[in-house]
Ligand binder design. Structure first.
Ligand SMILES: O=c1ccn([C@@H]2O[C@H](COP(=O)(O)OP(=O)(O)O[C@H]3O[C@H](CO)[C@@H](O)[C@H](O)[C@H]3O)[C@@H](O)[C@H]2O)c(=O)[nH]1
Length: 454
């Protein structure tokens, strides 16, 4: 019997590859044949980071395509990467599908693309293949992108995405306000990037509309107003490895699971987990202040310090910090985050508010201290602090630094007020119910499976 063959293509960033891999593994466990397309650069990293016993390559066919950049190019320059992808990858993808269809009996019958890679849906359209989009970020932001043309037409934004007035945007009466300062393209660190990100966001609108299904890694309990206003956006999340009793995968760096044994030795609800996803970088002053802030809290902490989080990492810690914190702190370069957050010792999450980290924290009932770095993280912080009220914002002083005392004080406030824990536990129950049999995300996912099979 021939299998339905699905090809999944995420944007080449860690926060997009992990949830797309989760989707791929879910589909593979439902007996679909799945091909997962990474860029060559990321394919190498993902394959290297898999443990020897990982069953991913047996379940999902891992393939790669060039992204058009040189190996030495800086891929954290998102707009440069995205521009190159638009130029190079459509032709490469078409050739890949032709190769697969020429050599395998299970021809590709459905393409699932990240909206940021919506050009892949144009390729699928041209080849007569079914098309779906999978959004890994907050759905309100997809709604915002879809609304850009009318926001420009109505004089809310100029043609470069700059707000004409200082105001908040409400896309529909049921949706949260979006402060114009939180527009994700305006939360990039330089002006060229801001303009390009706005331009690229417009460029994906029409191709994304080619999708016959638009599934979102979110839940109706988190963004009920958005899903009510955009009934074609279908929440199927949160997609977490624990839902299928599996292990999170698609990492760019090998995980250090030794921290789980360290967590086992800590009392319940005692540890601060500190992680900033895959993009955030620190300058020396801020890194030092964070370290001293963790010291000042007097609490045990698990801190993820990626190799590339700061230049010259070896000399970045305050003098004797590691020696002083030897017993109280655990520092790793990449943690099995989903497992960490589900550990009973975790009390609070100091997070950059990437959407995946946000979903993972809520799914484990952990309150947040928010330390966003760029882009959509500023908007996600508003969700956490103003809308769901499950965390507090860390404020910078007049020199733009989050000071150690601020870290200590806000941590005490968030842990000292039972309201934060109560609200996040309530949200946790709702979000987990949504992915259980009978829940809205579960039902949408089942409908999606039927549509693919159809
Ligand atoms: O030590 C670590 C740190 C992170 N993670 C995982 O890495 C992912 C990180 O994703 P996310 O929290 O979304 O952060 P980014 O890597 O920064 O993700 C990018 O993609 C997201 C989804 O579009 C956006 O919300 C972010 O702003 C953008 O930077 C999560 O699944 C984490 O569990 C680990 O497994 N171990």
């Amino acid at each position: 019997m021939r299998n339905t063959h699905i090809l999944i293509i995420p944007f080449p960033a860690q926060g997009h590859v992990i949830p797309a891999m989760e989707l791929a593994l879910n589909l593979a466990t439902h007996d679909f044949k799945v091909t997962f397309v990474n860029t060559e650069f990321n394919h190498e990293r993902v394959m290297k980071a898999l443990s020897e016993t990982d069953s991913v390559p047996e379940l999902v066919q891992m393939v790669s395509l060039p992204d058009g950049l040189k190996p030495s190019d800086d891929r954290s320059d998102i707009t440069k990467l995205w521009g190159s992808i638009f130029d190079v990858m459509p032709g490469e993808l078409m050739a890949l599908i032709e190769r697969i269809n020429g050599s395998e009996s299970d021809k590709v019958s459905c393409v699932i693309a990240d909206p940021t890679m919506a050009w892949a849906l144009e390729v699928a359209e041209e080849m007569g293949i079914k098309k779906a989009a999978f959004s890994p970020a907050a759905t309100a932001l997809l709604a915002l992108i879809f609304s850009i043309p009318s926001l420009v037409e109505n004089g809310v934004l100029d043609s470069n995405g700059q707000p004409m007035r200082k105001e908040s945007i409400q896309l529909s009466p049921t949706m949260p306000l979006i402060k114009t300062s939180d527009l994700f393209w305006n939360c990039m660190h330089d002006e060229v990037q801001r303009k390009l990100l706005f331009k690229f966001s417009i460029k994906i609108i029409e191709p994304t509309k080619l999708a016959e299904r638009l599934i979102c890694n979110s839940s109706s309990c988190l963004e009920s107003g958005t899903f009510a206003s955009y009934p074609d956006f279908l929440p199927i999340g949160p997609l977490l490895s624990s839902n299928r009793l599996g292990k999170s995968t698609g990492y760019f760096w090998r995980e250090d699971s030794g921290c789980l044994a360290w967590l086992d030795q800590q009392p319940p609800h005692s540890v601060v987990y500190v992680a900033f996803g895959s993009f955030t970088v620190f300058d020396r002053n801020q890194f030092e202040e964070l370290a001293l802030g963790l010291e000042l809290t007097n609490m045990p902490f698990l801190w993820v310090v990626r190799e590339n989080i700061i230049e010259d990492l070896n000399n970045a810690y305050p003098t004797d910090f590691k020696e002083r914190m030897d017993r109280r702190g655990c520092i790793v370069s990449w943690a099995p985050q989903q497992k960490v957050l589900s550990h009973p010792s975790i009390a609070c999450f100091i997070s950059h508010c990437g959407w995946n980290s946000t979903l993972e924290g809520i799914s484990n009932g952990i309150p947040f201290l928010c330390w966003p770095y760029f882009g959509d993280q500023i908007f996600n912080q508003s969700y956490i602090c103003d809308y769901w009220k499950i965390g507090l914002e860390l404020n910078k002083d007049e020199s733009g630094i989050i000071r150690r005392e601020e870290i200590k004080n806000k941590l005490e406030r968030v842990l000292g007020d039972e309201g934060f824990k109560g609200r996040v536990l309530d949200l946790q129950e709702q979000i987990l119910n949504s992915v259980r049999e009978g829940g809205s995300s579960h039902k949408n996912f089942d409908d999606f499976l039927s549509w693919i099979k159809d």
